[in-house]
Design a binder for this molecule. Structure first.
Ligand SMILES: Cc1cc2nc3c(=O)[nH]c(=O)nc-3n(C[C@H](O)[C@H](O)[C@H](O)COP(=O)(O)OP(=O)(O)OC[C@H]3O[C@@H](n4cnc5c(N)ncnc54)[C@H](O)[C@@H]3O)c2cc1C
Length: 415
């Protein structure tokens, strides 16, 4: 509850202040509804834009980056629905005067600049929202279509300016532009990133490289379990793809070095398999709180494939101080990254034990891997891996009586 307070407070301000200033007096009910829905929608869009700003301090303050992205979606959807009510309320207001006028309000060709800009903004919003909600769209297409939403906001701001804005309300569209620029310049173009250089590359398994990065200016204040966004640039024989992708830290060095285990899952990560020492990188973060504040007592870690990275970083930082059992699943023998290292941790660490095995491409039989002992419901469970595996493991643990609050997982696929 406390974690949601800063965002709730900011949203109330972003939504409440413009609605309060613009609140109509002495107008008909539909005209008033149109004005209120317009400003309510723009307040929700401001909250939506705030939640896409990618700064470690903001993510920490508002809960986490994943939580911010979740709210970003909900605010976007709410804004979309409320904004659709704006032209409808205007048409109903015109209808009350004369039915033919209602059609004139809804027909873009019967309008002038303010109406055209409003309609264009609405069309971009509709197209952008449909693509944002289509979960099967490939990530790169989805990202490109997201620009339609930015275009919708810029057109909506122009719509407000052309209509003529009262001075006290000017901050609202300016803030919207400011939030977009903040995200684009600091996150997408990397102004907020720290420069690193690849100092070592090795291949712990098929289609996986582990890259060690050394800081070129300052080290990041990161913990095991956190992730960074990394963009790789050009090197002696390597052409970077320059786009930022999230990777979990797999090791932290004494001099600020950090390692990332990267599995070839798409175009960019496939290309990154040929990384070489000397390539420069921009790193943003750290983000996330997976494994932080790990409760005392018995823990169960479940890792699928490259989802081993946060657990590896934790083990590499030192032996656990309370009992931990790791269940590590991989498709086939050639995919068993870091297995030797994990086995040596299990042999030397008094509190650490390991069950590792091939699971092929199907969900494993959890009842064999994680016996339903009397201790299981009191165990803190941490899961990281492909969404299907995580969902199946959560289902099994809940069925064994592990409370939902004791199950923590890291998703490698949030948008
Ligand atoms: C918090 C987090 C931690 C991760 N840690 C690791 C790790 O330690 N090792 C590892 O190999 N992979 C990790 N991933 C997954 C990794 O980010 C994707 O595999 C990679 O971005 C794929 O990019 P691509 O262009 O090769 O593939 P694409 O085909 O473009 O994408 C494949 C899938 O990866 C996801 N993805 C792509 N780009 C991004 C992006 N910029 N932001 C968020 N998701 C994206 C999408 O779900 C997409 O559907 C992590 C992802 C997240 C969200």
């Amino acid at each position: 509850m406390l974690r949601i307070m800063p965002l709730a407070l900011l949203t109330t301000l972003l939504v409440g202040v413009p609605v309060y200033w613009a609140f109509p007096e002495g107008l008909g009910i539909w005209r008033s509804a149109a004005i209120v829905s317009g400003w309510l929608g723009s307040g929700l869009l401001l909250a939506n834009l705030l939640c896409m700003i990618r700064e470690p301090w903001l993510a920490k303050w508002l809960g986490s980056l994943e939580r911010m992205y979740g709210w970003h979606h909900w605010f976007g959807l709410a804004a979309y629905i409320v904004i659709l009510c704006h032209p409808l309320a205007l048409a109903l207001d015109a209808w009350a005067e004369q039915p033919a006028l209602a059609w004139a309000v809804l027909a873009p060709w019967q309008q002038s600049w303010p109406g055209w800009l409003g309609w264009l903004a609405l069309l971009c919003l509709m197209a952008g929202m449909s693509s944002a909600l289509a979960s099967r769209t490939p990530y790169s297409t989805w990202r490109r279509l997201h620009w339609l939403l930015a275009a919708a906001i810029i057109l909506a701001v122009a719509h407000l300016f052309v209509l003529g804005l009262d001075f006290p309300l000017l901050w609202s569209p300016l803030l919207a532009i400011g939030f977009i620029l903040w995200r684009v310049v600091r996150a997408d173009y990397g102004l907020a990133a720290t420069p690193f250089v690849v100092s070592e590359v090795r291949s712990p398994a098929r289609d996986i490289v582990e890259v060690q990065l050394a800081p070129l200016s300052r080290a990041l204040d990161a913990r095991p379990g956190q992730f960074v966004l990394a963009a790789f640039h050009d090197g002696p024989n390597f052409r970077g793809c320059h786009e930022f992708h999230p990777f979990t830290i797999s090791a932290l060095g004494a001099l600020g070095e950090l390692s990332l285990g990267i599995k070839a899952l798409g175009d960019c990560t496939q290309h990154l398999q040929s990384l070489e020492p000397g390539v420069t990188a921009s790193i943003q973060g750290p983000f996330g709180d997976f494994l932080s504040g790990q409760a005392a007592g018995r823990s169960l870690w479940i890792a699928g494939g490259i989802g081993i990275t946060p657990f590896l970083a934790r083990l590499r930082a030192g032996p656990p101080t309370s009992p931990v059992h790791l269940v590590y699943l991989y498709r086939g023998e050639q995919d068993a990254a870091y297995l030797h290292e994990l086995r040596s941790f299990a042999q030397s660490g008094e509190h650490f034990s390991l069950t590792a095995g091939e699971s092929g491409s199907k969900a494993p039989a959890f009842s064999d891997l994680i016996p339903a002992t009397p201790e299981l419901p009191g165990t803190n469970c941490y899961l990281c891996g492909p969404p299907g595996l995580v969902a199946a493991a959560v289902h099994y643990l809940l069925a064994q009586g592990v409370p939902g609050g004791q199950i923590h997982f890291e998703r490698f696929d949030f948008r």
